[in-house]
Design a protein around this ligand. Structure first.
Ligand code: 4AD
Ligand code: MG
Length: 450
């Protein structure tokens, strides 16, 4: 019989990678019922009553109740079951018992038990903790049920995003992280030494995807992007992930078709594959199930009218803030696309609308329920002279952009694309107030650790 004394001799804690896990047993219960299994994990919670200890074992794939009956184990083991502390690493051997009262359909009747490493004074207890404390302990906070659910949904969303573009004939083209130029304005660039010169951390892979679209037709990149945002809002991170498709010979209308089809596909994928996690987060799933095409499309001018009707006096030419976005999103039960913003408030690369050069052929998609802008994109300036004029107007260094204007020198082509912010999308799907919980280790203006 295994020793009940905690040990850091981990030789007894090695299992094959394809071992039975809680999730695998639950998925194949008919086969596992009545069989003996060994599970390795951490003590999530514990309850005792007389001759029984109910040990909740967490193995990363789920949480299972392991019932230790005094008559089934040695007195030392029963003692160890009484003494084991929250988040100690443990090894449990026992019989799988189908049980309809269990949320995952079975429990384990313990025959053997070992504490591998005892956790003393685990800081995160079932009581309420403040946000700063939880964020300082983010490396441990990730173990709690809600945070695990978010991590899983994020991973499933990433997979859905890749599958969508791969399935639509896009080629993944990785954009660099060190860049010589600003894509989204110079005010929030992170600058770093690069040998004898300077480099910036990328704000967006878009400019590279435009070059890539001329190589592969439909390109996308997906990776971390960086912005020295000096705003402490619930929507801003300094490091966030963005997926950016770019398509040759596509206009703004096609861009909106793509964005809408894409968002429906990834949301429905998560609804289908992550029901349990969404329930852990107490998300109203019906609000996600109703995300279907078509999404409303309104022009900036129409959005201004809508805001006026709701008592918000926004003068033409001003950008919308979180307040305005929320008011607009509240009028619809699905994401809304606002197109043709004033050119002056948008990036240098946007193409002007030939029917009204004061507005750009751009689109922002605003998430429902007040989650704000999740997509920004549009049709790109494809005329070399106009693009150069834009670069000058925005006081950007022409040299650093010569490769980018080159794309218009050799077989210029109409093209469009967009960027979807992963964390804002996770926040919306999970129904979480602040983006800091949507990325495993968030980077914020006032947080670089853990
Ligand atoms: O609207 P943005 O700035 O667009 C671009 O960067 C384009 N170059 C993308 C393209 O057309 N290829 O950013 C796109 C999205 C936003 O809608 C938002 O979801 C997210 O990126 N985003 C942020 N997410 C978290 N924290 C921040 N500081 C963010 N800034 C933008
Ligand atoms: Mg934007």
């Amino acid at each position: 019989m295994t020793t009940a004394t905690p040990t850091t001799d981990f030789a007894a804690a090695i299992l094959p990678f394809d071992r039975p896990t809680i999730a695998r047993i639950a998925a194949d219960l008919a086969n596992f019922d009545g069989k003996e299994v060994t599970l390795m994990g951490w003590l999530y919670n514990k309850r005792s009553s007389g001759k029984l200890h109910f040990l909740q074992l967490r193995d990363g794939t789920g949480v299972i109740q392991c019932v230790m009956f005094k008559g089934d184990v040695s007195p030392e083991l029963f003692e160890a079951g009484a003494a084991v502390t929250q988040e100690s690493s443990i090894k449990v051997t026992g019989t799988v018992k189908k049980d309809d009262r269990s949320p995952i359909g079975f429990e384990i009747g313990v025959t053997d038990f070992a504490v591998l490493h005892e956790a003393t004074d685990y800081p995160i207890t079932p009581k309420e903790h403040g946000v700063a404390f939880l964020m300082d302990n983010r490396h441990l906070w990730l173990r709690s049920a809600k945070q695990q659910a978010i991590v899983k949904i994020r991973a499933e969303l990433v997979s859905a995003i890749r599958n969508y573009f791969d399935g639509q004939g896009f080629t993944l083209v990785d954009a660099p992280i060190f860049t010589p130029n600003a894509c989204e304005g110079t005010t929030n660039l992170f600058e770093t030494d690069y040998f004898d010169s300077k480099a910036y951390l990328t704000q967006s892979g878009q400019l590279y995807m435009e070059a890539a679209a001329a190589a592969v037709g439909k390109a996308y990149c997906f990776g971390p992007t960086f912005r020295a945002e000096k705003s402490k809002t619930r929507r801003h991170l300094t490091e966030f992930w963005m997926v950016e498709p770019e398509v040759a010979f596509m206009d703004l209308a096609g861009d909106m078709d793509l964005a809408e089809d894409f968002v429906c596909a990834i949301v429905q994928h998560v609804v289908q594959t992550c029901r349990r996690e969404l329930e852990v987060l107490e998300r109203d799933i019906s609000k996600l199930e109703s995300i279907k095409k078509p999404f409303p499309r309104i022009s900036y001018d129409e959005a201004i009218k809508l805001l006026n009707e709701h008592g918000k006096d926004v003068p033409w030419g001003e950008d919308f803030g979180a307040d305005e976005e929320t008011t607009i999103s509240e009028q619809f039960d699905r994401p809304v696309m606002i197109h043709r913003y004033p050119k002056d408030i948008k990036a240098f690369y946007m193409k002007g609308d030939p029917e009204n050069e004061k507005v750009a052929l751009c689109v922002d998609m605003i998430a429902p329920e007040g989650y704000g802008e999740m997509i920004g994109g549009g049709q790109r300036e494809d005329d070399a002279d106009k693009l150069l004029a834009g670069i000058k107007e925005h006081n950007l260094p022409e040299d650093a952009f010569s490769w980018y204007t080159d794309v218009r020198q050799y077989g210029s082509f109409p093209h469009a694309g967009f960027g979807l912010g992963l964390e804002r999308t996770v926040a919306w799907i999970c129904g979480i107030h602040h983006v800091r919980e949507t990325i495993p280790f968030p980077r914020l203006m006032d947080r670089l650790s853990p």
